[in-house]
Ligand binder design. Structure first.
Ligand code: BG6
Length: 297
């Protein structure tokens, strides 16, 4: 049964925490605090908008995005779990796992003075087991304050250990991607997905985007800064429980090939993804919990 805004009315505080049915039959949660505003879809536990007061929106959202059951939203912060990219050995499996296309439930909403924290939950089900045969509870805790903090918590509720990959696939809005630079990844090894997955080492210079960019930086816990001349201060991406950072921009040809992304949108975004993928995949024993946290703003 599809979700409706009415079913969440007990959490509603008009003007502060509001649920809306969208024309696409999805439920969007809109939050307004003294420090920022945000929008979250229960579909995918997906933050699509975050804007501190006195700042431009931090997140990019494509004007061509799909908003439909079974489809991923293009932009904001897709939640990637339990595999990243194509699933090895399963050519029919959806790209980037099922979390971003699942309908999540509300576990709690905590309203403090200057922040609102929304915790959404996804339980293992017949649908997830058919794709990935493990028992788990996934919680996505999003705190809307002067910054946006996201915590993805994976709990192994089964009797055996499992391995998973994950990402908070954050799309940042930029003035022009050709003008920005990223610091925080100097001398880090990365897999260059645009060059036959060759392993390379980042130089000590800030990263500049001059072509299609799809890099998986490994074994890094570092804070990154996105320097954009169109903003007065850099966007800072701080993280914990994450050992991978992915930097992605599709550039011209890939943008044209994507049906849910306008041809001219590639200069307006850059993904800096807080992740655990590839050799940084997480193994979780029965009963254990893992938390990956990103704070952006
Ligand atoms: C990035 C991957 O994280 O996501 C890229 O490294 C991929 O390879 C991109 O193209 C977008 O993926 P999707 O499934 O949202 O189109």
């Amino acid at each position: 049964m599809s979700q409706t805004a009415d079913s969440f009315s007990r959490w509603q505080i008009p003007g502060r925490i509001e649920f809306h049915d969208t024309p696409d039959m999805l439920v969007r949660l809109e939050i307004q605090t003294a420090r920022a505003q945000a929008a979250i879809y229960l579909h995918g536990a997906h933050v699509t908008h975050f804007q501190p007061v006195d700042s431009a929106p931090i997140l990019f959202l494509s004007e061509s995005s799909a908003f439909a059951p079974g489809k991923a939203i293009r932009g904001g912060v897709p939640v990637i779990f339990p595999w990243f990219g194509p699933r090895a050995g399963h050519s029919c499996a959806p790209m980037h796992g099922f979390a971003r296309t699942s309908e999540w439930d509300i576990e709690s909403i905590a309203d403090a003075d200057e922040t609102v924290t929304v915790t959404l939950r996804l339980n293992a089900s017949g649908v997830t087991s058919a794709q990935w045969p493990h028992d788990f509870i996934l919680r996505h805790r999003m705190t809307i304050g002067a910054k946006l903090t996201m915590e993805l918590e994976v709990e192994n509720t089964g009797t055996e250990s499992f391995e998973f990959e994950e990402a908070l696939h954050t799309y940042f809005a930029v003035g022009d991607v050709r003008e920005v630079s990223v610091t925080g990844l100097a001398d880090v090894d990365f897999i260059d997905k645009t060059d036959a997955f060759t392993r390379k080492t980042q130089s000590s210079d800030p990263i500049r985007i001059t072509a299609e960019t799809d890099r998986v930086y490994l074994n890094t816990d570092s804070t990154c800064e996105l320097h954009d001349p169109s903003r007065p201060t850099p966007i800072v991406v701080e993280k914990s429980g994450s050992h991978t950072t992915v930097v992605w921009n599709p550039w011209i040809e890939k943008a044209k090939a994507m049906t849910d992304f306008a041809d001219d949108e590639w200069p307006k975004m850059l993904c800096i993804e807080t992740a655990n993928t590839g050799q940084n995949a997480i193994t979780l024993a029965s009963g254990e919990t893992h938390i990956m946290r990103a704070t952006v703003g």
